[in-house]
Design a protein around this ligand. Structure first.
Ligand SMILES: Nc1ncnc2c1ncn2[C@@H]1O[C@H](COP(=O)(O)OP(=O)(O)OP(=O)(O)O)[C@@H](O)[C@H]1O
Ligand SMILES: [Mg+2]
Length: 368
């Protein structure tokens, strides 16, 4: 049974559609069409008749017997960049291209609808798009990777030398019972150089293997390491650092050095953003929590000038920088690292002024 039968009855009291040989002839024609096809009365919008395919594909939708109600149902579901005449049927989830034609037959003004199932084409497009995204991601990763390989290569030697010189100096100061301030400064310098060397070693390994080395990690330890590396900088800027890590935070499944790198970049950016801000307002807050999707989320919140919409659109592109001494590569690296971890790097405006840069990481029990 086609839906037109139901419709005919339901609308009979109001619009009294003529049924008879003309409709029968029309139905005969519609039934011969290999895709969903229906005729609506142009004035009232009521369904006059439809073929069996229409009944099967769209005939169960709410409002299918009225042109406007049917369109509202279908267009309500249209998503993304689908064209206006390409709609998705709720329920079945199939895509249709809609075509309308006016048809005047036997004194009757009809609007003829054909709905061609284009689900296959849309699915192919979607899969191409996701392949393109993957390709883009890979090429971004490769350019970052190549640059990292060059840097790692060039920096490795001088860094090893710096650590050696610092070790030697520390020994000398120790033997001489030298000033404790000098000893502390040398130790701090060695910690920095060792971290840099660890990052470089990790990058070299990563570029070679193109695989992060991931296991269960404690987020508070990662945050501590990063804050220790930035302690001097924070003190110099008289920066208040507020830590708000939710108690009992689950471990994250991550490459420790890489996540440290991400956090270091974000915190450095936050500190740099507050250079011009009056000292009383300069406050950095690092939050750690489990978000609604069950991912661990880290948020670095500053009271800097924030970002305009235009600025935030370019934020993650490599080489975008507003700093005279910036390379504009920090956030691009962060994004690549976080994407590798199947996480998300994001930016939000902060309530009360400033920015929030954050990322998510899957907990170990959700690793892929
Ligand atoms: N917390 C922040 N507040 C305001 N603007 C920011 C913040 N973080 C980043 N930005 C903007 O994004 C740009 C890109 O940041 P990114 O870290 O990628 O590069 P950079 O800091 O300029 O240089 P570097 O390569 O040394 O990190 C910055 O130049 C700045 O304009
Ligand atoms: Mg930066």
């Amino acid at each position: 049974m086609t839906p037109s039968v139901t419709t005919g009855r339901r609308t009979a009291t109001r619009t009294a559609p003529r049924t008879g040989p003309v409709d029968e002839a029309l139905r005969g024609v519609l039934d011969a069409v290999p895709f969903a096809c229906a005729a609506f009365d142009r004035r009232s919008g009521a369904l006059v008749c439809a073929n069996a395919r229409f009944g099967a594909d769209l005939g169960t939708l709410p409002g299918h017997a009225q042109r406007d109600a049917l369109l509202a149902t279908l267009h309500g579901e249209a998503t993304g960049d689908a064209r206006g005449d390409e709609v998705r049927a709720p329920g079945s989830g199939r895509w249709y291209a809609l075509h309308w034609r006016d048809l005047d037959t036997n004194g009757r003004s009809l609007a003829l609808l054909t709905a061609v199932d284009i689900s296959e084409r849309i699915e192919t497009l979607d899969s191409h798009r996701s392949q393109q995204e993957k390709l883009l991601f890979t090429s971004r990763m490769m350019s970052v990777g190549e640059m990292a390989a060059t840097l790692a290569h060039e920096l490795n030697q001088p860094l090893a030398a710096i650590v050696n010189y610092l070790n030697g100096s520390l020994r000398l100061v120790g033997q001489a019972g030298g000033p404790v301030q000098v000893e502390r400064a040398l130790q701090a310098a060695r910690t920095q150089a060792e971290h840099a060397a660890a990052v470089i070693a990790r990058v070299r390994e990563f570029v070679r293997a193109r695989e992060p080395r991931r296991d269960a990690q404690d987020l508070p330890l990662i945050v501590d390491t990063v804050l220790e590396l930035l302690r001097l900088e924070a003190e110099r800027q008289q920066l208040r650092v507020e830590l708000a890590l939710a108690p009992g935070l689950p471990q994250v499944y991550a490459d420790r050095v890489m996540v440290e790198q991400v956090l270091l970049n974000l915190v450095k950016n936050a500190i740099e953003a507050m250079r011009e801000v009056p000292a009383a307002r300069r406050g950095l807050r690092i939050e750690g929590r489990v978000n609604l999707d069950g991912e661990v989320e880290v948020r670095v919140c500053d009271r800097g000038p924030g970002l305009s919409e235009a600025e935030s659109a370019q934020l993650f592109s490599p080489f975008y920088t507003t700093k005279s001494d910036g390379l504009g590569i920090g956030l691009a690296i962060c994004r690549s690292i976080i994407e590798y971890h199947e996480g998300r790097l994001f930016f939000e405006a902060r309530d009360g002024g400033g920015s929030v840069f954050g990322f998510t990481l899957p907990p170990p029990d959700r690793r892929i």
